[in-house]
Design a protein around this ligand. Sequence first.
Ligand SMILES: Nc1nc2c(ncn2[C@@H]2O[C@H](COP(=O)(O)OP(=O)(O)OP(=O)(O)O)[C@@H](O)[C@H]2O)c(=O)[nH]1
Ligand SMILES: [Mg+2]
Length: 217
Amino acid sequence: MASKGVPCFKIIILGQFGVGKSSLFRNFIDGSFCPDADPKSSIGLDFFSRLFKVEDDVAVELTLWDTGGMERVSSLTASYYKGAHAGLLCFSLSDKGSLSVLSQFQNEIKMYSKTNTLFLCGTKCDEQVHGSSCVTDEDIEMFVQNFGDEALSGQYKTSNKTGQGVKEMFEDMARVLYLKSKGQQFEKQNTIRVSSAPPGGTRRTRCCMSRQSELDL
Ligand SMILES: Nc1nc2c(ncn2[C@@H]2O[C@H](COP(=O)(O)OP(=O)(O)OP(=O)(O)O)[C@@H](O)[C@H]2O)c(=O)[nH]1
Ligand SMILES: [Mg+2]
C-alpha cells in the first residue's frame, strides 16, 4: 500500500532473458537468492514496494516491477511501462549479447512511460571471468557512448548471489529519483568499474521464497 505523503516511484526492470531480473526483484523483496531458479515458474507481472531513507527525515517509496518472464510469451504490455518513473536496464556481465540488446528498450520506455530516467545494472559480477563472452569496461564505455551518457542516471555493478552492490544501487536510485523530482542536481554514481570481488566473501544464499506483492496500485 502506498504510504501517505511519501513520494512514490515506479521502477521497471528491463533486460534479456536470464540476466537475473527476477533474482534482483527477489533480492529487493527480502535479500534472498535462489541459485536454481526456474525462470518458467514466474510468468506474470509482479511488483513490490519498499521505503528508502534519502535524507534525515525523508523517505521515498520505490515500487519495483518485474516482468516475471512475460516477454517470453508476449511483447511487454504497455501497462508494464505505463507510469514508470524509471527503467532499470539489466545485462549480465558474463554475456556480451545481453548488453547490446538493451538499446531496444530505450525507445519503448520513452514511448510508453514518457520518462527519461534510466539506470544501467551489470548483474552477476560474482561470475565475471575473462572470456570472450564477458563484458569488459571498454564494452560498457562504448555502449554508454552510443546510448548517450546523459541518458543514464547511474551505472552499477551487482551480484544477486553475493549481494554485492544491490542494496547500494537501490539506495542510490531512491536518492536520484528524489532529487530529480525536486529538480535538484545530483552526482551520478558509477560503480561499474569497482572490483568484482565481493568485499567480505560471499553473502547468504538463503533459498527462494515466493512472496506476492503487497501493493495495490
Ligand atoms: N552467479 C549468479 N547467478 C545469478 C545471478 N542472478 C541470477 N542468477 C542466476 O541466473 C539465472 C537466471 O536468473 P533469473 O533471475 O531467473 O533471470 P531473469 O532475467 O528473470 O530471466 P527471465 O525471467 O527468463 O527473463 C538463475 O539460475 C539465477 O540463479 C547472480 O548475480 N550471479
Ligand atoms: Mg524472470
